[in-house]
Design a protein around this ligand. Structure first.
Ligand code: FMN
Length: 375
C-alpha cells in the first residue's frame, strides 16, 4: 500500500478490500480467487443467507467490558476466527502464505494451511510459531487433500505432525474439482516460479498447463482420489496422530457419520461456492448440523462471512468459530501482511461492536434468541 498515493483511501470494510484487490491482481488471478462453480448461485447465496436472517438485540445490558476470546479443540483464539485453507497464496503477493501466517499468528487467530500452498508447510509453521505476540498461542492446522497415492497422503500427515500442526482438516467436498468456468476460459495455471511447495519436492507433482482447461481441474482429475469414502476417513483416523476436522459437510446425517468416524470438528462449508453450484448456503445448513452433532464435536462454518454481524449470526446458531476465505486474499493482495492484519482487525472490531449493540458482553451470551427464526 503506497502512502504517497493520495487518492488511496484505506478500506473501511471487507467489501472495499475486495474492490481494491481487483485493481492489484491480474485478470487470471482475480478470476481464480473470486469465482465460484458454474453460475455462481451458491457463491452469491453464501453471503445472501446471512442477510436473510435478522437480529433481535437485547438492551440495557452492561456491555462495558467485552470478551471475544474462545477456544477450538481447547486451542486458544483471540476471537472465534480461523483463516480458511486457500491454495496458491503467492499469486496474491510473493510472500503468500508466509505473510498470512505472520498476520494470523500475531493477531491470535487460527490458520489452516492448504495442501496446495505455494510455501512449504515447514516454512509456514516456522514463521507462524515465531510470530506469536498474543498469549495464549493460537493454533495452526493443516488441510489435507487425499491423493490417489496413499503413501504421499500419509507422508503429508507425518510432515504436518512433525512440523507442529495441531489438527488435520480433511476436505471431503472435492472428489473432483467443481467447474469454475472462468478458470477454464483463462486456462488457469501457475506462473513460472510458483509451485506446489508441499508436493513438488517429494513427488515432482505440479499444476500442469492444459490446453482448453484449468490446470487445477486437470491436477484434481489426475491426482485426487474420487473413490474416497467413509472407510478412508476411518483409515485417516487410525493413522493420524492429529485430531480430525472434517471440512465440507452440508447435511446432518453426514455430520453424524463424521463424528462416528472420530471427527472432533465439523466444518460446515460448500468450499466458498466453488464445488457443487446450487448447493445450500453453508449458513443455511448450520442449524441442522449443530442439532445432529448434539455437542459431540465442535462446529465451524465458512462461506460468505464478511461482517461482524455475520459472525454473531453463525455463533447464535451454534458455531464455535467461523472461517474466512477470500477477504484474506484481498488483504494480502492490497497490503501483504499488514492487509491481512487489517482484515482481521476489521472483523474483530465489527464483532466487538455488534456484540455491544446486541447486548452481549461475552461470546457465551450469544444464543439463538438473538435471531428472528422460522419465517
Ligand atoms: C482461492 C481459493 C482457494 C481455495 N483453496 C482451498 C483449498 O486448497 N482447500 C480447501 O479445503 N478449501 C479451499 N478453498 C475454500 C476455502 O477454504 C473456504 O471454504 C471458502 O473460501 C470460504 O468462503 P469465503 O471465501 O466466502 O469466505 C479455497 C477458496 C478459495 C477462494
Amino acid at each position: 500500500m503506497e502512502e504517497s498515493e493520495n487518492y488511496f483511501t484505506k478500506p473501511l470494510n471487507l467489501f472495499e478490500y475486495e474492490q481494491q484487490a481487483q485493481k492489484c491482481l491480474s485478470p487470471m488471478v482475480w478470476d481464480y480467487y473470486a469465482s465460484g462453480a458454474w453460475d455462481e448461485i451458491t457463491l452469491r447465496d453464501n453471503h445472501a443467507a446471512f442477510d436473510r436472517i435478522k437480529l433481535r438485540p437485547r438492551v440495557l445490558v452492561d456491555v462495558s467490558d467485552r470478551h471475544l476470546t474462545t477456544t477450538i479443540l481447547d486451542q486458544p483464539l483471540q476471537m472465534p476466527l480461523l483463516i480458511a485453507p486457500m491454495a496458491f497464496q503467492c499469486l496474491a503477493h510473493p510472500e503468500g502464505e508466509l505473510a498470512t501466517a505472520k498476520a494470523a499468528s500475531s493477531a491470535g487467530v487460527g490458520m489452516v494451511l492448504s495442501t496446495l500452498s505455494t510455501k512449504s508447510l515447514e516454512e509456514v509453521a516456522q514463521i507462524y510459531y515465531s510470530n506469536y505476540s498474543q498469549t495464549p498461542n493460537p493454533p495452526l492446522w493443516f488441510q489435507l487433500y487425499i491423493h490417489r497415492d496413499r503413501n504421499l497422503t500419509r507422508a503429508l500427515i507425518e510432515r504436518a505432525y512433525t512440523a507442529g500442526y495441531q489438527a488435520l482438516c480433511v476436505t471431503v467436498d472435492a472428489p473432483v474439482l467443481g467447474k469454475r468456468e472462468r478458470d477454464t476460459r483463462n486456462q488457469f495455471t501457475l506462473p513460472p516460479g510458483l509451485q506446489l511447495a508441499n508436493l513438488v519436492t517429494i513427488s515432482g507433482l505440479n499444476i500442469p498447463d492444459q490446453e482448453g482447461e484449468s490446470g487445477l481441474f486437470t491436477y484434481f482429475a489426475q491426482q485426487l482420489d474420487p473413490s474416497v469414502t467413509w472407510r478412508d476417513l476411518e483409515w485417516l483416523q487410525s493413522i493420524s496422530p492429529l485430531p480430525l476436522a472434517i471440512k465440507g459437510i452440508l447435511r446432518g446425517d453426514d455430520a453424524v457419520r463424521a463424528v462416528e468416524c472420530g471427527a472432533k470438528v465439523i466444518i460446515v462449508s460448500n468450499h466458498g461456492g466453488r464445488q457443487l453450484d446450487g448447493a445450500i448456503a453453508s449458513f443455511d445448513a448450520l442449524a441442522e448440523i449443530v442439532k445432529a452433532v448434539d455437542g459431540r464435536a465442535e462446529v465451524i462454518v465458512d462461506g460468505g462471512i464478511r461482517r461482524g454481524t455475520d459472525i454473531i449470526k453463525a455463533l447464535a446458531l451454534g458455531a464455535k468459530a467461523i472461517m474466512v476465505g477470500r477477504p484474506v486474499l484481498w488483504g494480502l493482495a492490497v497490503d501483504r501482511q499488514a492487509g491481512v492484519n487489517h482484515v482481521i482487525e476489521i472483523l474483530h472490531n465489527e464483532l466487538d461492536l455488534a456484540m455491544a449493540l446486541s447486548g452481549c458482553a461475552k461470546l457465551e451470551d450469544i444464543d439463538s434468541s438473538l435471531l428472528v427464526l422460522g419465517n
